[in-house]
Write a protein that binds this ligand. Sequence first.
Ligand SMILES: *Cc1c(COP(=O)(O)O)cnc(C)c1O
Length: 431
Amino acid sequence: MDFRGKGQRLFDMGIDQETVRFCEETEQSLTSQFTRIEQILEENQWKVLGAMQDQRVAPMHFEASTGYGYNDVGRDCLEAVYAKVFAGEDALVRPQMISGTHALSTALFACLRPGDELISAVGAPYDTLQGVIGIRPEVGSLAEMGVRYEQVELGRDGRPDVAGIARAVKASTRMVTIQRSKGYSFRHSLSIGEIGEIIRAVKSANPDCICMVDNCYGEFVEDQEPCEVGADLTVGSLIKNPGGGLAPIGGYIVGRKDLIQRCAVRLSAPGLGKEAGATLGVNRSLYQGLFLAPQVTAGAVKTAVFASALFQRLGYQVSPGPEESRHDIVQAIALGRPEAVLSFCRGIQKAAPVDSYVTPEPWDMPGYDCPVVMAAGAFVQGSSIELSADGPMKPPYIVYFQGGLTWSHGKFGIMKALQELKNDGLLQKGR
Ligand SMILES: *Cc1c(COP(=O)(O)O)cnc(C)c1O
């Protein structure tokens, strides 16, 4: 037990020598993946920097506004920066959008009217959106307003059924929603190329149909964003990738100018639109977070690749695999038994900078059909760009995790999760 430096530090923090060695070997096998991640990081860092310089970001943009928030030049400039980075004509970036779900809901209600049809192009959407659409009955849903809904399932290979999407889109289809990230399902996440293919199929069936991409967890994972391949609206959460861990709240919508106007009046009130909305002092965090976002996202992707490689070496089924190209920051590991999910989540929790001493327990979260265990020790509540893990307590006992504000922290979290499984005698052996 007498080793020095990093080994000693990790030993003091509860990681044994065998685990350290196994992790280091794994990390060394990932140089080509890490080089690719860094290339994408550089491209995105310069993209964000260029947009900030073009818009002449200055200290005055960090001032707080109150009340109606008229003439909030910081807010307006930030929206111009987002429009540039995410390649749209205009943007809405607001702390009044309380989460990704709220931003997506705003865009859906802005575009859809009674009698219209909405199609989800890649199977069932993210859990919280099922309530918004009314797939799961909720007060105030789109279904309650008379918006019809259909979904095109993924093909048998787990890839988008592009021909099926083209067939499903009719003259009455007002909008198609395309979810980039797998969310909490074991499917593949969509590449920007696949998103472009889906959009081309939709537009050839109905050129007026609005294509919205749920970009949650996908920002800065590739060097292009959905509007660059034809999306009319790209929507996401600021407490995920683009907030860089610093945004304390918020959502964004980028895209066609006329649609952004509709979203703005839906968010505030008809006649008010983009001109109102105080920022209450959060502007600097939103700018600085966006500036750091490519770096933070790259760290989260490295963490995901590292975990994927580690658990694959141990014989677990992982999605995506360590060699596969990445389209979001989510990593799924099929742990196969409930105790292993609990153990993994305890390890992630013990590795957190905040609340490291608490023990995550499964609970009946609204909107889920089984108890879910969640590990998160975050500076911003619910922020999933910070290292966090979720495990629905049902077969096949998959744990989904994402984030890590720095690669070193993400790596430590995964080591700790592995060590916890080992200590509990739950590691799958013999493959
Ligand atoms: C997280 C997420 C959402 C919802 O975002 P919240 O900020 O949790 O409301 C929607 N879609 C996808 C794919 C997500 O990952």
